[in-house]
Design a binder for this molecule. Sequence first.
Ligand SMILES: *Cc1c(COP(=O)(O)O)cnc(C)c1O
Length: 318
Amino acid sequence: MTIPTYADVVAAAGRIQGHAHRTPVLTSRTANEELGAEIFFKAENLQRMGAFKFRGAFNALSRFSEAQRKAGVVAFSSGNHAQAIALSAKLMGIPATIIMPQDAPASKIAATRGYGGNVVTYDRYTEDREAIGRKLAREQGMTLIPPYDHADVIAGQGTAAKELFEEVGELDYFFVCLGGGGLLGGSALATRALAPKCKLYGVEPEAGNDGQLSFRSGSIVHIDTPKTIADGAQTQHLGSLTFPIIRRDVDDVLTVSDAELVDAMRFFAARMKIVVEPTGCLGFAAARKMKDQLRGKRVGVLISGGNVDIERFAALLA
Ligand SMILES: *Cc1c(COP(=O)(O)O)cnc(C)c1O
């Protein structure tokens, strides 16, 4: 598989049009005052199924051949990719099998089942989900769509940043959540095409800074599954397609603590009246820490998703 380009992001935008929401760009006077900057939040928590992952999944499935559609799709995911594949597959009449960790948030497992996905669970600390996925693909002829290391997935995820720049014009800084790098990779393609001078940062949880280690050392670093509240960014390594894009097009990878994520989550709920899952808070939490450099600048923040069990949301804020 070859590394996608901005032309692939443009093609993906055409395929998802009318299926994915064109999510709003939110602003907050309080956030602007706090940072002394003009902040534009791309609200993918308001995307279909509650996260940007619908974009990549729908784009990938819409490229299936007739034979692939018939045999079905298999995906492994800590949550949002699973729901995205299950919903996209349902919309296209494709059977979907989803491999999910048994400790994934109950709301995510239930939603995946609700979208018609056949859920198979595994232990994320002892079992290899990729091996389970490959075995199912091999034995049942299904097509495996990985959560981030796939050209069509990366291109689809890039459509959110494309919409942001089209709506607000060039930005000085752009903060994007980073797990396996599908979102950051796609965002990088759109950023370099539409706002070449914009400083682009990937943001990870402190406990899982494999992306930062990889970016700074120049080769993909593998880590154990990190323990963090940012369950959408518990990836162990960047991908063979996402890493080269990130290395080429991203300015740096930053980290934030779980406590900083909770503070950002509280801000979104209290001030902007939106529910953002911990992983979706990565970008804003990092921007807050860089306050001094952002003064007077135009800043983009990608809010990646809003899928969090409401009881867990309340417990984290308590
Ligand atoms: C998957 C996910 C991420 C990380 O995306 P990658 O493409 O794996 O880097 C961030 N936020 C949310 C809400 C996600 O679901």
